[in-house]
Write a protein that binds this ligand. Structure first.
Ligand code: NDP
Length: 399
């Protein structure tokens, strides 16, 4: 049916490419382009031979002209951006110049400030609309499936949603005292930033990891979780009418938090460049270089993830509660794709979001967050492609 250009070839991209190849009726051609071409070639060597044709290319995704030249040469129907959040705007610029649809999984972040905001990408709304192309923002799990869950809950179960708690539990154990499950730089920037949540029309800011709760996760059990700022709160606050409060919680092990505190106390998580023996280095980037590459955690990780949303609101004048979640098993994900569940739960929705644009099921010129589209076809595909969802009408609530 069509061709996708996938930019970036890390943990998430590997799963997305694997799933695109499985879905060869939709993806008959993939070009994988990234900074290090040898990684793209290795993925091609692994997956070549099926119905989907794979080609590879080298690209610096910060270079808009190079991106335009690549898109003009490859002529994809959709560009799927699985590089880092720093590259979102340059890739969007190139999509505009070439009139190509765009999908990503994380919102733009300037490299020198850990600030997650949609304002930079939303500023492209009019230009994308005029060009007649669609940008689908945040098609991973969170953001991504959490937005689809919210749209689905609103469409089928509520007249009005007043409270959303997004709970992200990773109960996987990789046996290392400290490692991150996706890009360490992005992960640590997210966790060490101030927390925040949306309440009664405004942001309430907290100290990093200040708010802690314990939750009994289905199929996992009790885990401690911490309130974080998370990007989907910003768009859901605008797109879910009647909303009073949205919070996001993520679980961390004691070992992870102890190491993180220590690294933070000695300055290793700083993103301010320092001069080391005449060389400028960013401590967090140096730390990333000595930590295990998340792509190597696959064979070591055991346990499950449970990510979902608890909704509270009104239906036919009555109070109602509804919990939608997915449980994923790290070892099963590894057996299937060679990657652990964190890459899996992001890569699968990235493929599905791209598929929605490619098949024309979702087509809305402009720049849109995922909850702005009809959730039903996406929910159907989640069940087909390895992320079945479960629902509960009487869940434990978070106080
Ligand atoms: P990785 O670090 O494993 O992969 C990033 C890839 O991007 C690497 O292949 C890297 O190249 C490439 N890259 C980086 N800079 C450039 C550049 N300037 N030009 C071209 N390629 C570049 O990250 P992950 O796979 O873990 O994460 C990918 C994205 O997914 C991130 O944006 C992350 O925030 C997002 N994410 C979203 C989640 C969600 O649920 N929504 C959850 C988890 C992640 P090289 O190989 O040379 O380093």
């Amino acid at each position: 049916m069509g061709k996708v250009l996938i930019i970036g070839c890390g943990g998430v991209a590997r799963v997305a490419i694997f799933k695109c190849c499985q879905n060869s009726e939709v993806f008959d051609e993939i070009c994988i382009a990234s900074r290090t071409k040898s990684k793209c070639d290795a993925v091609k060597a692994w997956l070549d031979g099926g119905k989907t044709k794979i080609t590879t290319a080298q690209i610096d995704a910060n270079d808009v002209d190079a991106l335009i030249a690549l898109i003009n040469k490859e002529k994809p129907d959709v560009v799927l951006n699985l590089a880092l959040p720093y590259q979102d705007l340059s890739i969007m610029e190139a999509c505009l110049a070439t009139k190509t649809d765009y999908v990503d999984t994380a919102n733009y972040e300037p490299e020198d400030t850990a600030k997650y905001e949609y304002k930079w990408q939303w500023a492209y709304r009019e230009r994308f609309e005029k060009a007649g192309i669609t940008a689908l923002l945040g098609s991973g799990f969170d953001p991504g499936v959490t937005g689809v869950f919210s749209a689905y809950a609103l469409k089928h179960h509520f007249d009005e949603i007043n409270y959303i708690d997004i709970l992200d539990c990773n109960a996987g154990d990789h046996g290392y005292p400290f490692a991150t499950n996706f890009n360490p730089e992005i992960n640590i920037r997210e966790v060490t930033a101030n927390g925040s949540y949306w309440e009664n029309g405004e942001w309430i800011e907290t100290e990093p990891l200040e708010i802690e709760r314990t939750y009994n996760f289905p199929e996992i059990g009790e885990r401690k979780m911490y309130l974080l700022h998370h990007e989907e709160i910003e768009s859901l606050a605008l797109n879910i009418p009647g909303i009073k409060r949205i919070r996001f919680f993520m679980t961390f092990s004691e070992s992870y938090l102890n190491h993180l505190r220590c690294l933070q106390n000695v300055g290793m998580t700083s993103i301010k460049p320092i001069n080391y023996e005449g060389m400028e280095i960013v401590p967090l980037q140096f730390l990333k270089a000595v930590l295990p590459d998340p792509a190597t955690l696959g064979p070591r990780t055991k346990g499950k993830t449970n990510i979902g949303c608890i909704f509270r609101g009104k239906k036919d004048g009555k109070e109602k509660t509804y919990y939608l979640y997915n449980v994923c098993d790290h070892e099963k994900c590894y057996q299937e794709t060679g990657s652990q569940a964190v890459a899996y739960t992001t890569g699968v929705p990235a493929m599905i979001g791209t598929m929605m644009l490619m098949t024309g099921k979702w087509k809305k010129p402009g720049v849109h967050n995922i909850e702005e589209f009809d959730p039903d076809p996406f929910m159907e595909e989640l069940n087909k492609w390895g992320l079945p969802w479960k629902e509960s009408f009487n869940p434990e609530l978070v106080d």
